[in-house]
Design a binder for this molecule. Structure first.
Ligand SMILES: [Zn+2]
Ligand SMILES: [Zn+2]
Length: 384
């Protein structure tokens, strides 16, 4: 491959919102725009959205999952416009050339040579995964979404965004929706007569409601809160909702699901709440012989449960983590194909500038917002 870098005019530095101390207001810093390695791409961020893990990075609890070496630019859900290419011949996942000015999503970096990437065909589990939201004082510095520009690793797979999919929606597809699409893949076929319970009415739970509805689930019960999220869940296809506030104990919520399913329990329960008690509760909601997909448990907590519930219950317990490039593509396609049925703007609440990222994180932490949108380069840049 010959190296003949091409780019639009780009500055020497980029403004970025930086976590310098846990739970303290983010600092705006000027971060150097790095030299591009062959295969790398520089994007100007069209829109970034806040994921629950960004809140956990900010409050420091994510350190239980992976090392957090501050200072860090948070943000790993983002849609960008290509402004510089590190070499010729950079393509999307379908082999089409990436052009300057195009809008893309990109995966975390994956090596393509480890056991998981190759033999197992599960690049979502890459042993050498390169994350976004890592230290911004070491090369390549600009690897977080809450900045004007972002460096795309050579090992990140690139996916083009369909014209009809807004950058804000695409951003939400790059972690939340692709995670949900992957979970449905892992779950296996869903029949229209099978009752689905979705635990959680946050971004994952709401996207899962939309996907279940689109796949033809005629009975979909969403367990969560607050009331405005349950209302959106009903708009997006939930036939019943179980409020956590109105059913404050796990027993009450399990009973509510039993009552709604003639005492049998649900064919399929999908856990997307991340709540500490959700595992035992969800397991108790599954009918004997049913399936339990655990998709929201990313914290380090432990729970007690009786394994016989799985054996004697003949329950398939399925884990699903992150996603591969295929699910990014399918998530974008889902938005493209269903945009008349689901108003994805309903999930994306307030728009924030780079200077207001602290407020956005606090709004999500306090459940006042479902998914805040960060527009590091201003609103006019997102028109499609
Ligand atoms: Zn995320
Ligand atoms: Zn790998």
């Amino acid at each position: 491959m010959t190296s003949s870098p091409t780019s639009f005019d780009i500055p020497k530095t980029s403004r970025a919102a930086v976590v310098t101390a846990f739970e303290k207001p983010l600092e705006i810093r000027e971060i150097p725009i790095p030299e591009l390695e062959p295969g790398a791409v520089l994007v100007k961020i069209d829109a970034a959205t806040v994921c629950g893990s960004d809140v956990h990075l900010w409050d420091g609890s994510l350190a239980a999952i992976r090392p957090l070496e501050l200072p860090i630019i948070p943000g790993h859900e983002m849609a960008g416009r290509v402004v510089a290419l590190g070499s010729d011949g950079i393509t999307d996942i379908l082999g089409a050339p990436i052009e300057l000015g195009e809008r893309i999503l990109f995966t975390q970096g994956r090596c393509g040579t480890c056991y998981h990437c190759t033999v197992a065909g599960q690049p979502n589990l890459c042993a050498n995964r390169q994350n976004y939201g890592v230290n911004c004082e070491t090369f390549p510095y600009l690897v977080g979404g809450f900045a004007e520009y972002c460096y795309v690793y050579p090992t990140s797979r690139k996916i083009k965004i369909p014209d009809a999919v807004k950058s804000e929606w695409a951003s939400a597809a790059s972690c939340a929706l692709r995670t949900v699409i992957k979970a449905f893949d892992e779950l296996g076929p869903l029949q229209s007569w099978q009752t689905v319970v979705i635990q959680g009415a946050g971004p994952l739970g709401l996207f899962a409601t939309a996907v279940a509805s689109h796949l033809g689930a005629t009975r979909c019960i969403v367990v969560g809160d607050p009331a405005d999220r349950l209302e959106l869940a009903r708009e997006w296809g939930a036939t019943d909702t179980v409020s956590v506030a109105e059913n404050p104990t796990a027993e009450a919520r399990v009973q509510a699901v039993k009552d709604l399913t003639g005492g049998v329990g649900a064919e399929v329960v999908m856990e997307f709440s991340g709540a500490r008690t959700a595992f035992g509760e969800g397991l108790a909601m599954v009918r004997r012989g049913g399936r339990f997909l655990v998709g929201g448990q990313v914290g380090p907590h432990t729970v007690e449960f009786e394994p016989t519930a799985i054996t004697r219950g003949h329950i398939k317990v399925i884990g699903s983590f992150s996603a591969s490039e295929a699910e990014y593509w399918r998530a974008l396609q889902f938005m493209n194909d269903t945009r008349d049925r689901f108003d994805f703007d309903r999930m994306l609440s307030t728009r924030y500038s780079l200077d207001q990222v602290t407020d956005a994180l606090a709004g999500m932490q306090g459940l006042r917002e479902i998914k805040p949108v960060i527009l590091p380069n201003g609103a006019e840049f997102t028109d499609v």
